[in-house]
Design a protein around this ligand. Structure first.
Ligand code: PLP
Length: 393
């Protein structure tokens, strides 16, 4: 039986251009070496840097390569707070939204726990969006950092980061946004939305896993988290992984070139999936009602009267890869901090599209979910009409 993959927000497959670049540079020499092979690798790294800078609208000097979105977020949050702590007597104050990915939320909380920062978290509205005016009202004299994600990874709610950028443009407060989920379908334009720091992760837009980008605007002090050979202007030491970086650059270019077409392809698909699911009893769409305020790639629903663990198991058995929200280490499903903050009730299910998605995925997802939900409610998980997926356990 064919797998139906609707978990692109977790990882989307690499694009051909990214795979070609990875293959070309995976056996590159050390890009810091003086010999010709090293310099060739360096050229590939710098070319990727320039392409990324051109696409997102910043200087190549602002581009710092990381191991992914998590490191980019940690670098922005800890790096900016620690740099500020060194230059002031008061404990730096940080404002983050309560729906941030753990890669922002946890470092911010960790800094607060150890006394390196004071933290204010801004709750979302019931649609998962953050009110920029509430964020701005929380800014104090000692605020050094505001971090609000461009789009939420779970429900796909898009925030008005441009309003924050405009309001904080002439202040000493650094504005960071996690644009990891937004880049594929919304893009980033730092020419029109000036920010101090921004995070990207290649495997969310057709690049490989294990590489990301921290855009750190020059002039904003950032403490390094990785001291060593001094690569990337001393902010992030470590041998440049030329293959991953070249592939990240190629994916940025390909995703940018394909964005309009992708949005056009995905809009009717996600609308049809959402319509089909919400036509079922006790299934509600989560997140903003206005398509302008949510990612076209995300369909998130809350389902009544279905056990979360059983749902995950049965979808996997049916060969439908989706996300249940938040799974903890034991494999059990628990309500995510995002859904709790939104006050959403029911069993969460996230279905996310990407550049390889087709209308057939929508057909199959609707068939599987209609069947699974009905059978789970009837207490008949074992009698599913779909044969167990060979890869499931
Ligand atoms: N930020 C957001 C919004 C994400 O969705 C993710 C990944 O799920 C990350 C950060 C972490 O990125 P990475 O997996 O590259 O560390």
């Amino acid at each position: 039986m064919m797998d139906t993959y609707l978990d692109h927000a977790a990882t989307t497959p690499p694009r051909p251009a990214a795979l070609a670049a990875l293959q070309q540079w995976i056996d590159a020499a050390n890009a810091s070496a003086a010999h010709a092979r090293g310099q060739q690798a360096r050229t590939a790294v710098e070319q990727a840097r320039e392409e990324i800078a051109r696409v997102v609208g910043c200087s190549p000097h602002d581009v710092v390569f990381t191991s992914g979105g998590t490191e980019a977020d940690n670098l922005a949050v800890k790096g900016i707070v620690w740099a500020a702590r060194d230059s002031r007597r008061a404990v730096p104050h940080v404002v983050v939204s309560a729906v941030e990915h753990a890669a922002v939320r946890e470092p911010a909380r960790w800094l607060a726990e150890r006394g390196d920062a004071r933290l204010t978290e801004i709750a979302p509205g019931p649609d998962g969006r953050i009110d920029p005016q509430q964020v701005l009202a929380a800014v104090e004299a000692d605020t050094v950092l505001v971090s609000v994600m461009t789009a939420n990874n779970e429900v796909g709610a898009v925030n008005d980061v441009a309003v924050l950028a405009q309001a904080l443009a002439d202040s000493s407060v650094a504005l960071h946004t996690d644009a990891v989920q937004a880049f594929a379908t919304r893009g980033v334009d730092l020419d029109t939305v000036p920010l101090d720091a921004l995070s990207l992760s290649a495997h969310k837009f057709g690049g490989p896993q294990g590489v990301g980008v921290a855009i750190l605007r020059r002039g904003r002090a950032v403490e390094s988290l990785a001291h060593g050979g001094g690569q990337d202007r001393g902010v992030r030491s470590g041998t440049f992984p030329a293959g991953l970086i070249a592939a990240c650059g190629a994916a940025v270019v390909a995703a940018d070139a394909d964005r309009d077409g992708l949005v056009e392809r995905l809009a009717p698909m996600s609308a049809r999936l959402a319509e089909g699911l919400t036509a079922l009893d006790g299934v509600r769409r989560t997140g903003p009602a206005d398509p302008a305020h949510r990612l076209v790639s995300h369909v998130h629903v809350m389902i009544d009267d279905v056990d979360p663990s059983a749902l995950v198991l049965e979808l996997d058995r049916a060969g439908l890869a989706a996300s249940s929200g938040s799974a903890c280490g034991s494999g059990a499903v628990r309500a995510s901090h995002v859904l709790q903050a939104m006050g959403a009730v029911g069993t969460p299910l996230r279905l996310t599209f990407g550049w390889t998605s087709t209308e057939a995925d929508v057909d199959r997802a609707l068939d599987v979910l209609t069947d699974v939900i009905a059978r789970l409610r009837a207490g008949d998980a074992a009698g599913l009409s779909f044969a167990p997926h060979p890869a499931s356990h």
